[in-house]
Design a protein around this ligand. Structure first.
Ligand code: SAM
Length: 318
């Protein structure tokens, strides 16, 4: 299946459920080459991030705004490629989007809208222009200068680069960088996380990299890496991670504790807890106990005290 059709499938599901599970995306990403994977991620996350703005552009060109959800999703995908993906030629953005639909009338409609979308002048309202809710812009503006609010919003729109965290039980960051270089992967140290590296160009798909397969590193966003670093961790502590799967932070906590101490990793389903266990095994972590449970009810049956508690509650999976 082509990469735009896969993105279309994910975005249609998002349109009906307003939720994307990481598993759905990981399943799709696992069958793609690096180049397609990057394209799909940028397109899917970009369309979701800029949904309101894309709809605004589209609606300027529609006589009737009431169109089937699949057509709206296709239009958003085409509009995003035309307006925000310089690497995609305009003709490809239009033609490949039209191909996603079967109904001839809707194909014509999508073709007509996309061919004119770059002529629409951008909106003036900041919440549309920067794709942020109006209330948060108002809130930030109450204590920050407008230039700072703008900088935050521009930064929020940028796709996060792929970053890895060194498994400090076995390598330091320099050794990880050397291993990656040996595989033809270009990477550099993260700016803020002392144990992270930014992958600039992967020589081989990361899942096939020695760094991942042999447990030298974990794929984890830089902001996430910073959270356990704030906990003042040391060997011997007792930690509860109440919403732990897939274990990105659980394993980082264990690494920062030098694999000494006790971590209880909780998540709601058996499948999710299995992911934490698999990651611990891959990274050589021995101090994690796992528990399938609802974190909201833990106090009803868990009679233990902890030195640190992490509550990383569900988000949008973005
Ligand atoms: C943001 S993710 C956690 C990410 C994880 N901390 C990491 O760094 O890899 C939220 C997790 O909370 C779990 N979750 C949702 N509701 C829960 C509940 N009531 N009790 C325990 N876990 C829950 C989800 O299954 C999901 O795995």
């Amino acid at each position: 299946m082509n990469v735009r059709a896969l993105a279309f499938r994910i975005l249609r599901k998002y349109e009906s459920e307003k939720f994307i599970s990481r598993e759905d995306v990981d399943d799709v990403l696992s069958v793609l080459e690096d180049r397609d994977r990057r394209f799909l991620k940028e397109l899917v996350w970009g369309v979701i991030r800029k949904e309101e703005l894309l709809d605004w552009y589209i609606d300027q060109l529609l006589k009737k705004r009431d169109i089937p959800p699949a057509v709206r999703v296709a239009l958003r995908m085409g509009a995003y490629q035309l307006l925000f993906m310089d690497s995609v030629p305009d003709y490809a953005a239009v033609n490949e989007t039209v191909k996603l639909l079967e109904n001839e009338n809707f194909k014509k409609l999508v073709n007509a809208v996309l061919r004119r979308i770059k002529d629409v002048p951008p909106p003036k309202e900041p919440h549309l222009l920067y794709s942020h809710p109006a209330w948060i812009i108002e809130y930030w503006s109450s204590f920050l200068p407008w230039e700072s609010v703008q900088r935050i919003m521009v930064w929020n729109q940028k796709p996060l680069p792929v970053t890895l965290r060194a498994n400090t039980l076995v390598v330091d960051r320099e050794e990880l960088l050397k291993t990656l270089e040996g595989e033809g992967t270009k990477a550099r140290p993260c700016e803020h996380s002392p144990i992270g590296v930014v992958v600039e160009k992967a020589g081989i798909p990361l899942q096939q990299s020695r760094a991942i397969k042999e447990g030298l590193a974990t794929v984890q966003g830089e902001p996430s890496q910073l959270v356990p670093l704030l906990f003042e961790l040391r060997p011997g502590l007792k930690v509860l991670d109440a919403c732990s799967s897939p274990g990105g932070k659980t394993t980082e906590i264990a690494e920062l504790m030098k694999n000494e101490g006790d971590i209880l990793a909780v998540d709601v389903s058996f499948e999710k807890v299995k992911k934490v266990q698999e990651n611990c095994q891959r990274l050589g972590i021995k101090i994690v106990r796992t528990l399938v449970a609802d974190a909201e009810r833990l106090s009803q049956f868990l009679n233990e005290e902890f030195d640190r508690i992490l509550l990383d509650v569900p988000c949008s999976a973005l």
